[in-house]
Design a binder for this molecule. Structure first.
Ligand code: AHR
Length: 320
């Protein structure tokens, strides 16, 4: 009797384990090759991606590429070997993806691009791209500055990572506005690699080269972190950021709202850190019944000014 009871218990346990294993197999596994942790926005995107994956019961495996494409390519190959159900990539640069994406395609693993675009002639290499319109972001920043300065301004520009789609496009959008305003000029432009430290270093060199900052009307930074670095450099040069030199940038992280509330920055164009949510929804619909998503899922971009900065800071400070 006791032996029979033990056998029944073992059988039930085996069945339970069996269904657990089956559950584990049905839990979607996604590999995410993330750029790195170069900015506050990037850290927020990583955090939000985990939250969005957890909400949907997805096993999200994040690999930090430390801003190197070769690390991303290695990570994608490793995800293919692991047999994941899909791969997310935030591509550090725009070119050089075709070969590895072809490997993912041959393995029948859909790829979704997050927050940055790639240059390819073959758009069947990825399922969809979830990004903002980065040319538009540059245009919004430029138009704000043109209006603010009556179309007369010597601008220094801190570009993002060389070869990355947001650096290329944010430059283009801003350049178009400069071209339409004869009194606006980009007097210096250089990459600050989307980081605070390099943003500060490059701004220091701009200030030195431009009469101790006196010839500079504004700094346009391709992200808020470089703008924060620039603010530090402006202060150390004995000038007032936001007044002597205007500061306009992109992202909408809490620190820039704090700087705006303190009168040290003038405008930012928001980029949502929630790229993973729309990506997961599109992917799940695709996996469920083959619904093909749009090739570009566009997130919105919005200009923020100092009048709402304090409220925005209070609302965002714990989310990031
Ligand atoms: O690709 C998005 C950009 O990458 C963000 O604007 C920047 O902060 C990040 O490093």
């Amino acid at each position: 009797m006791k032996a029979r009871h033990l056998l029944t218990t073992l059988a039930v346990a085996a069945l339970t384990l069996g269904s657990g294993a089956a559950y584990a197999q049905t839990k979607m596994k996604i590999g995410f090759s993330q750029v790195g942790s170069e900015s506050g926005w990037r850290a927020a995107e990583t955090k939000v991606s985990k939250i969005e994956a957890d909400k949907r019961g997805v096993d999200l495996r994040i690999s930090d590429a430390q801003q190197k494409q070769e690390n991303q390519i290695r990570a994608v190959r490793s995800f293919i070997t692991q047999g994941v159900d899909a791969i997310f990539i935030a591509p550090v640069v725009a070119t050089g993806w075709d070969a590895v994406l072809k490997e993912a395609k041959d393995a029948k693993i859909p790829v979704v691009l997050l927050d940055r675009a790639i240059d390819t002639k073959d758009d069947t290499l990825y399922l969809t791209a979830v990004t903002s319109d980065t040319v538009y972001e540059g245009k919004v920043a430029g138009e704000w500055l043109a209006k603010e300065t009556g179309g007369k301004c010597n601008v220094v520009e801190l570009q993002g990572t060389v070869g990355s789609s947001p650096a290329i496009n944010r430059k283009k959008g801003f350049d178009d506005v400069v071209a339409a305003n004869p009194g606006m000029k980009i007097v210096r432009t250089q990459s600050g690699d989307f980081t605070r430290t390099k943003g500060k270093e490059v701004m220091e060199s701009f200030i030195k080269a431009e009469g101790g900052g006196k010839n500079i009307c504004a700094v346009y930074a391709h992200n808020d972190d470089m703008a924060i670095g620039a603010i530090q450099a402006i202060k150390e040069a004995g000038l007032k950021p936001g007044k002597d030199i205007k500061v306009v940038s992109i992202d909408g992280v809490p620190d820039i709202f704090k700087a705006m509330a303190d009168g040290e920055a003038n405008a930012t164009v928001e980029l949502t850190p929630n790229m993973a949510g729309p990506a997961l929804d599109a992917l799940m619909a695709y996996k469920k019944d083959g619904t093909a998503p749009k090739k570009w899922i566009q997130t919105s971009s919005k200009l923020f000014l100092p009048d709402t900065a304090k409220a925005e800071y209070d609302q965002r400070k714990d989310m990031y």
